[in-house]
Design a protein around this ligand. Structure first.
Ligand SMILES: [Fe+2]
Length: 246
């Protein structure tokens, strides 16, 4: 099976559309979504509609999905994130708001092949930035392979019996074959708001038969996404950061 792994889309229709047209030439069997479909970007409904149209689809909620759909009030959000979440809550149609509200909490296991979580499999709102956090998660769980999002930073952590290894992707298409006897935590990066200093949209395809993951970076119409954010009256930093990937 080939899994299309999507995370942190953040209502960026331009970025998601670029990915969906790219994968028309790369057949996949199931779409897997790691949370944060909305929040920050200017096209929440169009983005939810696009993801809902992917079949088959399995997914979990992110922290922004919770606040934008009214499950949480966002008291831990910074000013910019909270303003965007409240704007999004008002813009979402009732069916889309209800669909987001009904997204399950992670972790979930997909087809017995791998686990998915938004932040970590222990706490959906917690971050994995580096090896210390990754090691803590490895120690408290037993998933052989887990995909996660939330940090907006594409990375692969591998735990062998002796050591933990970090693999940071650099190119625009990075294929990595998983090694036997090694456990993995894999972040496909963010589609709609990359934060690794690279503005290219980021996602992954996991081939469970070959046990290989490929992380792709794709250009998209950043200027158009920025103009929509400004026109909607959303905070300017949300538009500015898209150009620099921060
Ligand atoms: Fe996010």
């Amino acid at each position: 099976m080939k899994y299309l792994i999507l995370s942190d889309i953040h209502a960026n229709k331009e970025a998601l559309s670029a990915i969906l047209s790219f994968v028309r030439r790369k057949p996949w069997d199931k779409a897997v979504f790691l949370g944060d479909l909305v929040g920050y970007g200017a096209n929440p409904n169009q983005t939810v509609d696009l993801v809902r149209s992917l079949r088959p689809l399995t997914g979990i909620r992110g922290n922004h999905d919770k606040v934008c759909s009214g499950i949480e009030d966002g008291e831990l959000f910074n000013r910019v994130a909270l303003a965007a979440a409240m704007w999004t809550r008002k813009k979402l149609t009732k069916p889309n708001l209800n669909w987001l509200r009904d997204l399950p909490e992670g972790p979930a296991v997909v087809d017995g092949q791998f686990a998915i979580s938004h932040g970590t499999p222990i706490d959906e709102d917690a971050y994995i930035f580096g090896e210390i956090e990754a090691l803590n998660v490895f120690r408290q769980t037993d998933f052989p392979v887990c995909f996660f999002g939330h940090s907006h930073f594409p990375v692969i952590f591998g735990l062998s019996p002796d050591a933990i290894t970090t693999i940071l992707t650099v190119g625009t298409s990075f294929r990595y074959k998983l090694k036997p006897g090694v456990r993995y935590l894999i972040n496909p990066g963010s589609i709609g708001q990359p934060r690794d200093g690279n503005p290219l949209s980021s996602f992954a395809i996991y081939d469970s038969k070959a046990r290989a993951v490929t992380i792709y970076r794709l250009p998209y119409r950043v200027y158009e996404a920025q103009q929509k954010i400004l026109k909607a009256g959303l905070p300017r930093p949300l538009a500015d950061r898209l150009a620099i990937g921060r």
